[in-house]
Design a binder for this molecule. Sequence first.
Ligand code: BGC
Length: 760
Amino acid sequence: MRPESSTIPALRSTLLAGFLVCLTVNDAMADMSDQAIERRVSELLGQMTLEEKVGQMNQVHSEGPSAVDHLRHSIQSGNIGSILNLVDVGAVNELQRIAVEESRLGIPLMVGRDVIHGFKTVMPIPLGQAASWNPDIVREGARVAALEAATAGINWTFAPMIDISRDARWGRIAEGFGEDAYLVSEMAVAMVEGFQGQDLTAPGSIAACAKHFAGYGAVESGRDYATTNVSEYEMRNYYLRPFKAAVDAGVTTLMASFADINGVPATGNEFLMRQVLRDEWGFDGFVVSDWDSVRQLAIHGLTANDRDSALAAATAGVDMEMFGQSYLQHLPDLVEDGSIDIATINAMVANILRAKFRLGLFENPYTDTSGLPEIANEHALATVQKAALQSVVMLKNDHDTLPLSPEQLDSVAIIGPLADAPYEQLGTWIFDGDRELSVTPLQAIQDMLRKKVSVRYVRAMDTSRSRISEAFDEAVEVASDSDVVLLFLGEESILSGEAHSRADINLPGDQAELVRRVREAGKPVVAVIMAGRPLTLTNIVDQVDAILFAWHPGTMGGPAIADLLFGIESPSGKLPVTFPRMVGQIPIYYNQKNTGKPPSAETVIHIDDIDQHAPQTSFGMTAFHLDAGYTPLFAFGHGLSYGSFEYDNLRVENPEVRPGGMLRVSVDLANTGKAAADEVVQLYVRDLVGNVTRPIRELKGFRRVRVEPGETTAVDFELHTDDLAFYGRDHKLITELGDFHLWIGGSSETDLRAEFRIVE
Ligand code: BGC
């Protein structure tokens, strides 16, 4: 399956010559220390004309066979610093050759692409990866993606997407790691490490891009591209934290968000890109705009025209413009007329050149595919299968319906639009994902049961949105003739992702009706749901006996799901995001504030129970909805197992700790069930009193541990007092003295509690 080894034949000799030149250059310039790179950056910068500098700040889109002819002249003239969306190693190598050999200064290109959760071999969507709570598998998945993407000449991916979101309506929630700053940060770091590898110059290491800076996940009503309003408190304590973690992990680039944030669209937002990113965090990579988001500043109404937009974005700190070319057209004039300082431009170009040096592109701009592993090799497939396996969350399992035992079954009914949908199971943002590689649940189950058990399949609906119920009778008939019904429901991949937000997040089409009808057969019903977001499952949750929530599980989703259904492995995914009962509860998230009137089971009144003539009083009332209460359908961190986990003996070794000290905590975890299983042990804290109010719980640690049946294991955590720091009233990071509560358990709803104190 390896794509053709390098390049266009006519180019071979030139390339060889290129490699030889590179070898010499390489020898002379092997010093990759910061000082050496800074020296090379400033030498190069000193030779550049203003037009060449602005050229580096210009990223153009190009795809297809005409790319080389189309871009040749601009690259020769030094007008292009980066291209995106060209996925053809021969063409990329030729463009690199033109850049290196035919432009005056020979500066290689950054070659970008959205490799979000896999290239040809596809991991679960990032939200699913987050449900694994396993940074190791996320890192490995990104590694696989980088190695595959590199075969196409790609040296830069626009990932990880690390926008925190508390809104399941937002289609792009699929692309991120959920609602919690700590979990998202851990995953962000893992993904950056996976893409960039230990050595950025090594074949198969590609630059990562943390996006979208910042606050994009807070778009109003979950409508993509809409306005965001995020207070500085929320920004610093939540939305910015994963970006800080990515910067600390050495991410090469960041991407500015499309959205208006507190009145200044992110692409023109100096506070974010200059004050926070550069001055406070010391980031020295570069920032790319989002697609045409510089020119969109005028559509937002921040600027009057493209010229002003270029000025605003460059002033605010967008180093490279993706698409749009307003930089190319206007920055030279803006420098000439003194609107923008050449020192500002120099610093921005230096950021870009620095990244190119760090990637080793000056030493070797070319891709030699013979040094890269095959696409979809055994390791790649095993990695994405393991990720899928660990990402599936068992939401409910009444009467131990699962796992199924083939020995006790004669027949299985497989019903639903997503049982055999190779493309849909890949999820959003799979520009290059190969549907031919997908193994669907239907294929995997048939394979596993091999004729020992009869498997009958009724698709029942063409798409998840279908409102044609003609095939439902057949589905009921097959269900009646089977021992168990496996219903594959959810959303197609196109219903989530960029620009695909929904206001109603129930199962679309007539799926709830299909569930109701199939239920009539009176057989155990297991729902396997594939979706790009949390869904409000309130209308089906009581109609089925068990639910596996599988997100869009990627290439090997089928075998992973089959292994879980039949107990080869136990489910171990945990929700990285809260599932609401109803859309009206959004935003709903576990780390809420207490409020002055915190709700409790005792204070909730249901709308049906209110006496018609009850007096209009707030006495004794608390923060809940009359029709939804205050609890979610499924809480953050929730996820069931075939193991039976008991937590006990929670102990804080040093319940009084000084600032700068380390808190040591442990708990005994027993598996009293019959199945070996992984459990994700979660640690939460509450800072009882703060100079700003603190959430009722905050995740501060987690560990995935394997526990054999009958085994008890001690799970230890260490928490530095810095881990308890927060941004206070003056937006400075502080750790306050005082009392804390600490919980450990298998979900954010755990009530196993201990206490500790930070003392002087
Ligand atoms: C998206 C980015 C993406 C870019 C390039 C934009 O529409 O918001 O996330 O990287 O396109 O494809």
